[in-house]
Design a protein around this ligand. Structure first.
Ligand code: SF4
Ligand code: SF4
Ligand code: SF4
Length: 572
C-alpha cells in the first residue's frame, strides 16, 4: 500500500555540469511516458530561489503530489533543496532527489550514452519510490538544554568551556579529584610548549567563572544512564550524595590510561628505569639526576598483545629529550626506536630540533629489543643497531620507557551504560570515519584519547568539536526524531512494526546495531518495539524478520519491488 502520488519531475542542467554529458531531452522523453509522471520540466539550477519557487508553485496538493528532482547528490545541494522546499510547506517525504550529477555526469563524463541511460534508470526508480513511499512514523523530541560531560581532562574541560560560553548548562563529572586528567602529570605540553599549569588554569577560569554554568562533580562515580538523544537520565554518586540529572546530550571524554611496563626492561627492580610519566614528575620537582639518558620507544605496544601505535609517545619522548638538554646542555641523550612517529610539520620540527641539539637516534628491531644492564642501578643499555648491524653498549644513568596510552579498566562498563561500541583495542568506536565524534548511540559523542590516543592539542580541538555537535542537537528546539541526527542528511526511514504479525521471535532485537529494537509485552505477548529516536533506518531488522512484520515505511518491500520493476520491465 503506497501513496500513489502523482509525480512532477524536474531535471536540473546545473549550468551545464549535468547537461553537457547527459542528454536531458532523451531523459525527458523517457520519463514523460513513465507511469505516474504528470509533468516534466528542465531547469537551469534547482538550488536557486527562482527555480525553487517554480517547484513549489507546481504542488497544488501537497498530500497528493510528489516531486522527483534529477539534480546533484543529497550531500551536495540535494538536502538543502529539500530543506528549502520544506520551508515553503512541502514535506521532505514527498521530495525525491535523484543524483544525476556526481553519480552520473561527473563520474561517467567520458561516456555520455551510458550516463544518460543510467540517469533514466535512476529517475524511473525515483519515480517508483516516490509513488509508493509511505510516510514514516514520527515522534517529536524537545531536547533538554543541558549537557553531561564525562571526564575533565583536556577534551572534557574544553567541551565544557565551549558549551558554557554558548550559555549551556553543563554537568562535568570526573573520576579524579581535580580537573586536568593526564595534563596534571606533565610539566610542559607538546606542541604548544606551555606549562600544563598555565594551560589548565586558563580553561578552569572559563568554566568556573561561568556563574553556575557548570556543575563540577570531582571524584564521582557513574551509576546508570538511560534514555535517548534529547533526553537522557544519568545517575551518579559524588561523595555521599547520589544525583540524578536529565540532559539532552552526552560527551564521553574519559581519556585513557598510561600503560605501566609491568617489569619490562627491569622497571620496578632497577633504580633509574623510569616511565615517561615518572620522568615528568622529576621535571616538575626539579630533580633530574644524571645526564646520560636513554629513551626506549614502543614499550609494551606494537606487539602481539597491543598491536597498535599509540601515536603520541614518540613526540612525548622527543619533547622530554629536549627538556633533558634544557636542564643540562651537555647531557648525552639517546632515543632507541623502531620507528619515529611525528607526522605533520609542527611535530616533525620536534624531531629535527632534537637531532640538531645532539639527541642520537638508533633503530632497534622488534625481535632484538634493547637489554638494560646494571646491578642495583642502571649501568648501560645493550642494543643491536639495525642500521649498522652492530651491537652497541650505551652508558646510562636513566632509562626512560615510552609506554602507550591504553583504554581505562572501566571502559567496558561505560560502553555498556552509553551503548557504545569498542574497537579491537578497547577504545570507543565512532560511527563512521566521516562522522568522527558520533557514536552508534544518537546524542552520545566521544572525543579525546577515549577514542584514540591524541596529544593535548587534538584532545582540546575534539572536545570543542564535540561541544558543537552536542549544541547542535540541543539548541534546535522541538524537532522530529528523523531530524535529530547531527549528520547533514535527514533520516528517511524509521522502522515500523506490525504488532499483529510480530511473533516476538527477537531476531530484530539481536541484529539491531543501534539498540533501537526491544521486546515488550503487549496484550500478554512479547512484541518488538522500535525506539524511533535511536533507529537509524539501517534496515538490518527488515532482513531478518521471518514474516515481514517490521518494515521501513520509506523503503518498504513493496516500494523497492516497484523500483526494481521500473528498471527491469521498462528497459531503457
Ligand atoms: S608513537 Fe612511537 S613509541 Fe609510541 S607506539 Fe608509535 S612508534 Fe612506538
Ligand atoms: S532499521 Fe536498523 S536501527 Fe532501526 S530498528 Fe531496524 S535494525 Fe534497528
Ligand atoms: S523479527 Fe519480526 S517477528 Fe521477530 S520480533 Fe522482530 S518484528 Fe517481530
Amino acid at each position: 500500500m503506497g501513496n500513489d502520488r502523482s509525480i512532477r519531475c524536474f531535471l536540473c542542467r546545473c549550468h551545464g555540469e549535468i547537461s553537457r554529458v547527459i542528454d536531458l531531452d532523451e531523459v525527458a522523453r523517457a520519463l514523460k511516458s513513465h507511469p505516474g509522471v504528470r509533468s516534466l520540466d528542465v531547469r537551469n539550477s534547482l538550488c536557486l530561489e527562482e527555480d525553487m519557487d517554480v517547484l513549489a508553485s507546481r504542488v497544488e496538493d501537497p498530500d497528493a503530489t510528489g516531486l522527483v528532482l534529477g539534480a546533484c547528490s543529497l550531500y551536495a545541494r540535494g538536502d538543502r533543496i529539500r530543506t528549502a522546499l520544506e520551508e515553503k510547506g512541502i514535506s521532505p517525504d514527498t521530495v525525491e532527489v535523484v543524483d544525476i550529477r556526481e553519480g552520473c555526469s561527473w563520474i561517467h563524463h567520458g561516456q555520455p550514452r551510458e550516463a544518460t541511460t543510467k540517469a533514466i534508470d535512476l529517475l524511473r526508480m525515483g519515480v517508483a519510490l516516490q509513488r509508493h513511499r509511505e510516510n514514516p512514523d514520527e515522534v517529536m523530541v524537545d531536547p533538554v538544554r543541558e549537557v553531561f560531560v564525562l571526564g575533565a581532562g583536556p577534551a572534557g574541560i574544553s567541551a565544557a568551556a565551549s558549551l558554557v560560553r554558548l550559555g549551556v548548562r553543563v554537568h562535568l563529572l570526573d573520576r579524579a579529584k581535580s580537573p586536568g586528567g593526564l595534563l596534571n602529570l606533565v610539566k610542559r605540553i607538546a606542541p604548544e610548549d606551555v606549562t600544563s599549569d598555565e594551560y589548565l588554569s586558563q580553561k578552569q577560569q572559563t568554566i568556573f567563572a561561568s556563574n553556575g554554568g557548570v556543575s563540577h562533580y570531582p571524584g564521582a562515580k557513574l551509576i546508570s544512564a538511560h534514555g535517548s538523544a534529547g533526553d537522557f537520565t544519568i545517575s551518579f554518586s559524588s561523595g555521599k550524595t547520589e544525583h540524578a540529572i536529565r540532559v539532552g546530550a552526552v560527551i564521553v571524554a574519559t581519556g585513557a590510561k598510561i600503560l605501566m611496563p609491568d617489569g619490562l626492561y627491569r622497571h620496578g627492580n632497577l633504580e633509574g628505569v623510569l616511565t615517561g610519566i615518572e620522568l615528568e614528575r622529576r621535571f616538575k620537582a626539579g630533580q633530574l639526576e644524571g645526564n646520560r639518558v636513554v629513551f626506549i620507544q614502543c614499550v609494551g605496544v606494537r606487539d602481539r598483545k597491543r598491536p597498535y601505535c599509540s601515536a603520541i609517545c614518540c613526540i612525548v619522548s622527543l619533547k622530554q629529550a629536549c627538556q633533558v638538554l634544557d636542564v643540562d646542555p651537555q647531557a648525552e641523550v639517546f632515543v632507541l626506536h623502531r620507528d619515529i612517529m611525528c607526522p605533520g610539520s609542527v611535530l616533525e620540527k620536534y624531531y629535527r630540533d632534537a637531532m640538531a641539539r645532539g639527541v642520537r637516534f638508533l633503530r632497534y628491531e622488534q625481535d632484538r629489543p634493547p637489554v638494560v644492564l646494571g646491578d642495583e642501578n642502571v649501568d648501560s643499555v645493550e642494543v643491536y643497531d639495525a642500521l649498522t648491524s652492530e651491537m652497541r653498549r650505551i652508558k646510562a644513568d636513566l632509562v626512560v620507557l615510552s609506554t602507550p596510552l591504553a583504554p581505562h579498566d572501566d571502559a567496558g562498563r561505560i560502553a555498556e551504560l552509553f551503548g557504545l561500541n569498542r574497537d579491537e583495542h578497547g577504545f570507543y568506536e565512532v560511527r563512521t570515519l566521516m562522522h568522527p565524534l558520533e557514536t552508534k548511540r544518537e546524542g552520545v559523542f566521544v572525543c579525546g584519547s577515549a577514542r584514540w590516543p591524541v596529544l593535548g592539542r587534538s584532545a582540546v580541538l575534539q572536545g570543542e568539536a564535540a561541544a558543537m555537535k552536542a549544541y547542535e542537537l540541543i539548541s534546535r528546539g522541538t524537532l522530529a526524531a528523523s531530524r535529530l541526527s547531527t549528520y547533514r542528511e535527514r533520516k528517511f526511514s524509521l522502522a515500523r512494526v506490525d504488532h499483529e504479525a510480530c511473533t516476538g521471535c527477537g531476531n530484530c532485537v539481536a541484529v539491531c546495531p543501534y539498540d533501537a529494537c526491544s521486546l515488550e509485552k503487549k496484550e500478554g505477548a512479547l512484541k518488538s518495539t522500535v525506539n524511533l529516536i535511536r533507529c537509524s533506518g539501517c534496515g538490518s531488522c527488515v532482513s531478518v524478520c521471518p514474516n515481514g512484520s517490521i518494515q521501513l515505511p520509506g523503503h518498504s518491500a513493496m516500494a523497492i519491488g516497484e523500483m526494481l520493476k521500473a528498471v527491469c520491465e521498462q528497459g531503457s
